[in-house]
Structures are given as C-alpha cells and as structure tokens.
Design a protein around this ligand. Structure first.
Ligand SMILES: [Mg+2]
Length: 436
C-alpha cells in the first residue's frame, strides 16, 4: 500500500467546472460532521508507545536520512516544528524530540477502524483523507445543538477506544463542517450555521476558504478581494469574467453555501481520479528518462481508464524532488479522453513547463474529472479518435493475456534497451542513455 506523506496543494483548474448539483436533488442530510484527527500519525505513535506520551514526537521517513517532517505532535509544535519542514531544521529547533519512522500501513489500518466506529453513529460516512471523514445525519437531526451532542459522543469514543484526539466541525453542509473543524484544535468542537460561518470567516483572508489555493488567492488579491467577506460581496459577473464558471461558485462558498452531496462509502466508489506514480530507485535529472517514465505512466493510466470504463478531462503530473518537495500541476483538456497518448501530450507539456531540472525521486500522473465512458451510440463524440481507441482496446486484450510487459509504448523501448528493467515497476539503473 502506498501513501503519500505530504499534502500538496492542487493548482486550481480554472477551465474546469465543479460538478453541478443535480437539479431538484433532495437534500439528504440534516447535519454534516467533519471529523479530523489531531496530529494523526504522531498521536497514533503516542497511543501505541507510552514512552512517547507527553513528549515532542516527530514522525518522519528514515530518521537517519535527510528528509522532511511528516507529522509533529502537539508537544513539538511550540518549538516551531511543522509538517513538511526539513528534518535538519526540526533537529535544530527541537533536538530532544523523539524521532519516529512513520508506518503508513499502521495509520491506514487505524483509519479503517475509525471509519468502523463512525458507522455506529450513521451509515453515511464518506472518508475524505486518511485522517478525515464526513458523517451525514438524517434530516431529523436538524439543529447545531443535536449535531454537537453527537460530535461530543464521537470524540469521547475515539478517546476511549483509540487514545486519540479529534477535532470536529458541525454544519449544514460539507463546506461549513470542513471549515468549522479547523477553527479550534486540538480536540476542538465547532458548530456553525451559514450565518455563524460568515461571522467567523468573513474577516479572514480569502485563501482560508476551502477550494481557494495560494495561486487563486493571489489573483483575487490583485482584484482587491482580500478577505472571504470581500469575495462574498464581489459582483458575480466580475467574478465570472475573471475566474470563469468557478467564480460565482466560490462566491456562494464565501456565504457558507454548498450543495456538494455527501457520498457514503456504501454507494460504491465512483473514482474521482485514476493515477499511477513511480518512485525511482535513484533520483534522476535525465529529462529523457523522466519523459519516458511519464509516457509509461500515462499509458498505464489510459489503460486503467479503459478497463474500468471511464473518460477523464483533467491531467495532473506530480514531481517530487530529493527534498520531498512535491509539485503538482494540472491542466484541463478540451474533451474527455481515455487514451494514453492524449494524456501524455498534456503531461509532457506540464512537465516541461514546471520541471526545474532538479533530480526527481518520484513521478506521477493522474487523470481526474472522470465520467463513465459514453455508451455505444454516443461513441461518435469520440469519432476522430475511434481508430486509436480500437487499437488501444486491442492492445489491452493482448496485455490482459500476456501481461503488462508484452506491449509498451515505443518511445519507452529505447530507455528499456539501455536499462535493466523491472517489468513495469521501477527502472533499476541510473546509467545515462547514450545519444543514438
Ligand atoms: Mg488532522
């Protein structure tokens, strides 16, 4: 199981509209809770190892190697230690902390047990990340007081059964619940309705609004939108002109309004994205090697989209360098695709625009904004690509029979000839490819 430790910020895709709420959709939930575990990885370590309790704990990769802080316990935070900080700096700030090598499998397993606990309160549980989940309660649970009462019970059960702390946000929708959860930490409980949301968040800077990344916030500041309140009062047409379809939607969010449905796990996972990534055995700054790796990943993603019957419209590349800094850049396509070569065209463009030449340790490609593949009669939407689709399906059948390595994109072959290759996993030698 792979789990990424960092929490990168996605660059917003301004041409891509968030899914519109289904017209006439009936509201299903009275109150929504967002349960956010406090300093999750560090707290799990403290819960399992009594000698770590009450002392600064810093969870990292291999403590003997250079790397970054994955999680810091609340005892470490007054020293200024934060997740994402280089380990060297953390050691300088807090030399007496306990440095613990992280164990992603353990955290995921705890996370699964927590989800199980939540389902005792409501069947409508939507995991949001390894340490966060949305819980939806039926319409009869329609007051903040009732929501807060349930939240307190959940907090006390988490404390009793797991020795862990959680901060919970309660609200009428996912946006308010999510943002309320961040108001008070650790072991916080914040319940807000839409009016309360405006009171708390309007004075705050616009980048604090869920969905507004640093880049978008910068563009808003250039338009004079500094606070969430400014955004709430910005004229919708101007926002539309500046930010496209998401402009007016962000304005709604600034009022605490959000109609995004909570999708319980039992409704089956409609994957929101599909991706592949590979950790290179050694950091590579060889652009040809990196692009060939990218091509292979795009091919795999395209294949998986076809196999699972999806088309997607947003391509993201993930580049992680030796300092574990991860850049994610994404771009929307004009039309949906499930073809590796289309994905690669965009991924390569993003790579060329954003790679700074530093040695990379990980490369990944993800396609999101997925939709089920159109049925047979609609395939003419894709007619210009039909031949290549047929070819792809034929290749998929070959690979299903003969395995992944039987067919690979031609451009990866040259790389493969020059490297001892582990089948579709990692490339095991750093030898530079001589120019042909
Ligand atoms: Mg957390």
């Amino acid at each position: 199981m792979s789990l990424s430790f960092d929490d990168p910020v996605l660059v917003p895709v301004l041409t891509e509209a968030p899914p519109a709420p289904t017209p006439g959709a009936r509201r299903r939930h009275g109150m929504i809770l967002l349960v956010d575990m406090d300093a999750f990885f560090a707290s799990v370590e403290q819960a399992q190892h009594p000698h770590l309790r009450g002392v600064p704990v810093i969870v990292c990769g291999d403590p003997d190697r250079r790397g970054v802080v994955t999680a810091a316990s609340y005892e470490a935070r007054p020293f200024g230690v934060r997740a994402g900080m280089p380990l060297q700096e953390a050691r300088r700030l807090c030399p007496r902390a306990e440095y613990v090598e992280g164990n992603p499998e353990k955290y995921v397993s705890t996370s699964v047990h927590l989800l199980d606990l939540y389902t005792r309160f409501t069947p409508d549980v939507e995991p949001f990340s390894v340490d966060e989940a949305f819980l939806g309660f039926p319409l009869r649970v329609d007051s903040l007081e009732r929501g807060a009462e349930i939240a307190r019970q959940i907090q006390s059960e988490i404390a009793d059964r797991f020795r862990l702390g959680a901060s919970i946000g309660v609200g009428p929708n996912k946006l308010v619940a999510k943002m309320a959860a961040g108001v008070q930490k650790p072991r916080g409980l914040t319940a807000l309705d839409e009016a309360g949301f405006c009171d708390v968040f309007w004075p705050r800077e616009v980048h604090e609004l869920w969905g507004v990344g640093p880049k978008l916030a910068e563009r808003m500041r250039a338009l004079g939108i500094v606070t969430v309140g400014d955004l709430a009062h910005a004229p919708a047409p101007a926002l539309g002109a500046a930010f496209g379809i998401i402009g007016p939607q962000l304005r709604e969010a600034a009022w605490g309004r959000d109609e995004t449905p909570l999708v319980p796990c039992y409704e089956g996972v409609d994957p929101k994205s599909m991706g592949h990534e590979v950790t290179l055995p050694e950091d590579s700054d060889d652009s040809e090697h990196l692009e060939a790796t990218l091509l292979r990943l795009c091919d795999q993603v395209g294949r998986r989209l076809r196999k699972e019957g999806f088309v997607g419209r947003v391509v993201a590349v993930r580049l992680r360098d030796a300092t574990f800094t991860t850049r994610i850049r994404q771009r929307a396509l004009h039309r949906y695709t499930q073809q590796g070569h289309r994905i690669f065209e965009v991924a390569r463009g993003l790579f060329r625009e954003n790679w700074n030449g530093a040695g990379l340790r990980l490369v990944g490609v993800t396609v999101s904004a997925l939709q089920p593949e159109p049925e047979g009669e609609q395939i003419d939407l894709f007619s210009t690509c039909e031949r290549s689709e047929e070819l792809n399906h034929a290749l998929d059948r070959v690979r299903d029979r003969l395995g992944e390595v039987s067919v690979v994109p031609a451009a990866t072959l040259r790389q493969r000839r020059h490297r001892s290759h582990v089948p579709f996993g990692v490339i095991s030698s750093r030898t530079r490819v001589p120019a042909d």
